[in-house]
Structures are given as C-alpha cells and as structure tokens.
Design a protein around this ligand. Structure first.
Ligand code: IPM
Ligand code: MG
Length: 357
C-alpha cells in the first residue's frame, strides 16, 4: 500500500529546507524501500498570495486525504500587517485544529558532535535526551472568548481564554506515559497550579492517569521552575508533558540546549497516528533564499514520520544515522558551525545526508 504524503513548504526558508527532505523521500521511493505518493500545496503566506487564504480549501482537502504531512514554516514581514484571521501562522494553527493533531512530540537530543554548539557547558548537556509532549490543539491558543474589546473608559483590552477539559488533559497525558514506557520511564508534568485553576485540574488529571502507569515515575513542576531546571540540569528530564503555550516556550528553550533550533524536529499526531511533521524552528525570513538554512530539523522530522506514521522504524533509524554521520564528517550549516568544522549550505547538507543514507 502506498502512503500519501502532502508537502507544505510554506514561507521563508520553508521551501529550501523541505526540498532537501523531499529529496530523501524521493530517493527511498526510487530505491523501492518506501511506497509513497508525494504532492505539494500552498500554506501560510504562500497560500494567501496564491489563493487568498493562509489555509486554502484545496490544501485542507489534500491534508485531510494524506496519511502524513511534511510542513516547512510560515510567516514573514510581508504579511505582518494583515488581519489576524489571514495571518500565515493562522494557516498552521487552523491545519493543526482541523486535523486534530493534539499530540506534539518535540525531542531535544544533544548530538555529541555538537557539544560545542550549545551555549551551555558540554558537561551540562552531553547525553541529553528529552521528549517534550506539548498539547497542540487546545489551551490558550484556541480558547474562546478571545479578542480586543473597548472598555468603558475608552481604552482597549486584549483577552484570551486558557481552557482545558479533562478529556483533553487525559489524552495528552496518556501519550506522554506511553512514550515514557519506551524510554527512561519518567514523566514530568509542567503546569502553573499555584496560580491557575486550569493547571490545578491539569495536575489532578495527570496524577489520575499516572496511576494507570505504576511503572512510570511521575513528577510535577511549575513552569517557571521547569524553565530554570531545564537550564540548570536538563538531564534530569525524560518526558515532559505540558499545555500548548508552555510547550511552545519550553521547546524553544530545550532547542538551545542542543545547540541550535535548526536541529529540532517535531511530530504532531492525531488519535489514529496520522501526523503533521515540522521543524520546531520558524520561517527565518532574514536568511530565506540564501542557501544557509539548516535542513536537518526537517530531515529529522521526516525520520519521525517514518517511525510514527509510516511504521518504518528501520528507515527512521537510517535517516537518523545519516544525520549523525554528516555531523561526524564535520559538515555544519552556519547555525551549528564551530572551529575545525566545514561550513556548508542547505543543499550541500541535504546532499550529504542523502549520500550517507
Ligand atoms: C511553533 C510555532 C508556532 C506555535 C507558531 C508559528 C504559530 O512557534 O510551532 O512552536 O506557536 O505553535
Ligand atoms: Mg514555537
């Protein structure tokens, strides 16, 4: 059976980095190792320019039909002043919501070859292997009511709503506990239950689900402390589970532990294993079109796709090994460069991974 893959390059560096990941998929298809049909569509600013919407109808229809989606990045200064509903980021948020991909897996792994690239001391980050499980289709990103209203005194007031139902907390916690079982069997649930009712419910439900997993050690941290601990001693963590906005913030933080956000892949899954695969980094308009962006986060996102949606763990391992091998060879894009390594562009990096594969 052939898998349908939809490729959404998006804006900024999106098209360049996604192109390298697609080359890899095409190569696996040609060699007969992977049965895939690949289609492309517009999203974000590209969707807005081509079809008047950051998530054009045609793109959404293809996305619903696909088994997995490879996504680049959206956004850029060109669309910064458009109204919120039409912003490129809205295309991504609407896609996540429409597909119901509530479980966002963001692994942060310190490659030994990149120990010098982190701003933290090598002895603090070496061997780091964290999986951040971020709730992706709820919380303050989607809560209603939201908006900007006029107060009686004439000034404007912005407001958003942070809501989680028990079932939303339960399902994301289950994902975290299941993952932990295949790893170091530790889950840290991150909340702000010393202040927020929604976090009190989160903590209670996490504890209740945790009781179903006696073999997994559950701990709880407030998000401010969790940020501090991530920088102080990141290796204390195995799986971290948290809400949409806390996960957004903590995953950027965790990215820097590994040296560069250009290395961080992610998978966003629905209840049935369908997935949206995207690098954690954004569209980086300042370096777009210059052949300097790091394609490895997108390539590693494809490895996650091979593992989680296409059920090909061996191919996933090979892609990951190919990435480790190019790092071993000393090839570096600008974001991870250090002395004694060879600076390469986006395309050269992609080709090197392909060769190593
Ligand atoms: C991410 C990004 C997105 C988010 C933006 C682009 C909407 O920062 O995937 O982390 O906030 O979820
Ligand atoms: Mg983010």
């Amino acid at each position: 059976m052939s898998h349908k893959i939809l490729v959404l390059p998006g804006d900024g560096i999106g098209p360049e980095i996604v192109a390298e990941a697609v080359k890899l998929l095409e190569a696996l298809r040609r060699s007969g190792e992977l049965a895939v049909e690949i289609e492309h569509a517009d999203i974000g600013g590209a969707g807005l320019d081509a079809a008047g919407s950051p998530l054009p109808e045609a793109t959404l229809a293809l996305a619903r039909d696909a088994d997995a989606i490879v996504f680049g990045a959206v956004g850029g200064p060109k669309w910064d002043s458009v109204e919120r509903a039409l912003r490129p980021e809205q295309g991504l948020l609407n896609l996540r919501a429409a597909l119901g991909v509530f479980a966002n897996l963001r692994p942060a792994i310190a490659y030994p070859q990149l120990a010098q690239a982190s701003t933290l001391k090598p002895e603090v980050v070496s061997g780091l292997d964290i999986m951040i499980v971020r709730e992706l289709t709820g919380g303050i990103y989607f809560g209603e009511p939201r908006g900007v209203r006029r107060l009686d005194d004439g000034q404007r007031q912005g407001f958003n709503t942070l809501v989680y139902s028990e079932s939303e907390i339960e399902r994301i916690c289950r994902v975290a506990f299941e993952l932990a079982r295949k790893r170091a069997s530790r889950v840290c649930s991150v909340d702000k239950s010393n202040v927020l009712e929604v976090s009190q419910l989160w903590r209670e439900v996490a504890g209740r689900i945790g009781a179903d997993y006696p073999d997994v050690a559950l701990s709880h941290l407030y998000v401010d402390n969790a940020s501090m601990q991530l920088v102080r001693d990141p290796r204390q963590f195995d799986v971290m589970v948290t809400s949409n906005m806390f996960g957004d913030i903590l995953s950027d933080l965790a990215a820097m532990l590994t040296g560069s956000i250009g290395m961080l892949p992610s998978a966003s899954m629905d209840a049935g294993g369908k997935g949206l695969y995207e690098p954690v980094h954004g569209s980086a308009p300042d370096i777009a079109g210059q052949n300097v962006a790091n394609p490895l986060a997108t390539i590693l996102s494809v490895a996650m796709m091979l593992r989680y949606t296409l059920a090909s763990p061996e191919l996933a391992e090979r892609v990951q090994a190919a990435v480790a091998s190019v790092l071993e060879q000393g090839l570096r894009t600008r974001d991870i460069a250090s002395s004694g390594t060879r600076l390469v562009g986006t395309r050269e990096m992609g080709e090197a991974v392909l060769a190593a594969l």
